[in-house]
Write a protein that binds this ligand. Structure first.
Ligand code: BG6
Length: 495
């Protein structure tokens, strides 16, 4: 297939022995290969600091594919795939290895016909980003002459606006914006891509998608796990930087954006960034009123004792890092006016789920009632994970002789109905990098604008330490998060 032939390239993974490579990148590439979506002229060169042979490395990857891949390794397919994988030892902070890496990549070009095309994937800790990118330039590995070179960069993209700007400056000295792929893996999830289709391909929804008909929108992403072995990283980020600055604000942009003029990459990104630009400015007073911070404490779940955040590895015993955040914000434009958006995300909650609830305005309680109470509002629920789908909650007559009303659901479960399981986010995203399509990656101005919003919150917290509320494991965060909505006569929908 010609399109695939055009994807000839070598993918250089910095951080080849890390968790991301084992859990996500290699399984995703294996699946793409399984689906014949990789060119025959493709090779993977993993770079890490440990000593190991190609054979050892390939065997370790086989274990990871067994554990984490959507398609389990099949002898023939694995044999074909493993021949494309190489491992090179390199100390990222030393210059010497880059000359050897460059020479090795030239030999790969000859062996695998990869034509000098490269994808450089930063799967390393953020403190190495700058040094690696600078060395790529210094050793002439991103000249873009007669071939192409692209950079894929994982989050965190900076830890505030200033550090993000600095990092971006380092990158743009080497790679054009069009060759820079800033990953937000949420954008690779099937249902997130479906948000625009649901909104802009259904007159039923788009015509009422505004503050006149919608009462509020809730975006929730919860996890059952704690920080596990990532305490060192998490201490510096907290839920605000780890989830809110990127995944949650990306979801908000897609839910709140105007229709783009067409489906081109830039047209879509233009509309998303406008939402971020119109976010209400978080003054210290608003932060104090509209944001709740929480941290999970110790407790027992299903008979198992779980540590609190402060007892986790590499976490300070008196840490004030938040593992939960709930906030209320406004998108200050004509479509949304004063309608509130409520966002919350946290670890050690009762379920692993990401969903968006659109709560429509209620009708006056004049004709019908439910159990002598008010009518339940109509809800449109977009389920991102683990179930993928959409459901609509509406009111119907309870069968029988009375006039009592009950809530009923129309439920479309996408991953229950499709025969094959949905591709993993990383499959879609890596395939797009290979094809040179950056629609599902974040443009610099989106990052810049989201940091501006987040920085105001972080600064307000620094100037006046906001209460940090402890919550128990397997709960929906601290009570104060419920109060945030109760105060507005609303409630979180834990559906
Ligand atoms: C990552 C965060 O970006 O997203 C993690 O760093 C979090 O802390 C993860 O666990 C959640 O991703 P997913 O796809 O499992 O919802």
């Amino acid at each position: 297939m010609d399109e695939i032939k055009d994807l000839a390239c070598a993918m250089v993974i910095f951080g080849g022995t890390g968790d991301l490579t084992h859990r996500k990148l290699i399984p995703a590439l294996y699946n793409l290969n399984h689906d014949n979506k990789l060119s025959d002229d493709f090779a993977i060169v993993s770079v890490g600091r440990r000593d190991k042979t190609d054979e050892e490395y390939r065997n370790e990857l086989l274990e990871s594919v067994r554990k984490y891949s959507r398609f389990k390794p099949d002898n023939e397919k694995w044999k074909e795939f493993r021949q494309k994988i190489y491992y090179r030892k390199l100390d990222f902070s030393q210059d010497s290895g880059y000359t050897a890496l460059k020479a090795f990549l030239s030999s790969i070009d000859e062996k695998h016909m990869t034509k000098g095309n490269r994808i450089f994937y930063m799967a390393v800790a953020p403190e190495y980003f700058e040094g690696i990118v600078t060395s790529i330039k210094k050793y002439g590995m991103a000249t873009n002459i007669g071939s192409w070179q692209r950079l894929v960069i994982e989050k965190p993209f900076g830890r505030d606006l200033d550090t993000a700007r600095y990092l971006n400056k380092t990158i743009t000295d080497v790679f054009d914006e069009k060759d820079t792929y800033r990953i937000d893996h949420y954008l690779g999830k099937e249902m997130i891509q479906n948000i625009m289709v649901i909104r802009f391909a259904n007159s039923m929804f788009e015509n009422i998608w505004n503050s006149k008909y919608i009462d509020n929108i809730q975006i929730s992403s919860s996890e059952t796990v704690g920080v596990e072995n990532r305490g060192g990283y998490y201490e510096k980020s907290g839920a605000l930087r780890d989830m809110m600055q990127n995944h949650m604000l990306q979801l908000l942009s897609l839910i709140a954006m105007e229709p783009p003029v067409n489906l081109d990459t830039e047209a879509i990104r233009d509309e998303k960034v406008k939402v971020l630009r119109t976010l209400e400015i978080m003054s210290p007073e608003i932060v104090e009123q509209n944001i709740v911070r929480g941290q999970y404490g110790p407790g027992t779940v299903n008979g198992k004792a779980l540590p609190g955040y402060r007892q986790e590895e590499k976490v300070a015993g008196n840490s004030v890092t938040e593992t939960f955040i709930a906030l209320k914000l406004h998108v200050k434009n004509f479509r949304w006016g004063n309608m509130p958006f409520y966002l919350r995300t946290g670890k050690r909650m009762p379920e692993k789920t990401t969903e968006i609830v659109i709560q429509f305005n209620s009708l006056p309680d004049i004709l019908y009632f439910k159990n002598n109470g008010g009518l339940e509002p109509n809800l449109l629920v977009i389920r991102i994970q683990p179930k993928e789908g959409v459901y609509f909650q509406f009111n119907g007559k309870k069968p029988g002789t009375g006039t009592e009303v009950e809530s009923v659901k129309m439920d479309f479960c996408q991953n229950c109905e499709t025969i094959s399981n949905s591709p993993e986010a990383y499959e879609r995203l890596l395939y797009d990098v290979l094809r040179g399509d950056s629609t599902l990656f974040t443009r610099w101005d989106e990052i810049e604008t989201s940091w501006r919003f987040i920085d105001n919150i972080a600064k307000a917290w620094e100037s006046k330490v906001l209460d940090l509320h402890e919550y128990g494991p397997a709960t929906w965060g601290p009570e104060e998060a419920d109060m945030l909505l109760k105060r507005d006569n609303r409630k979180w929908w834990n559906l």
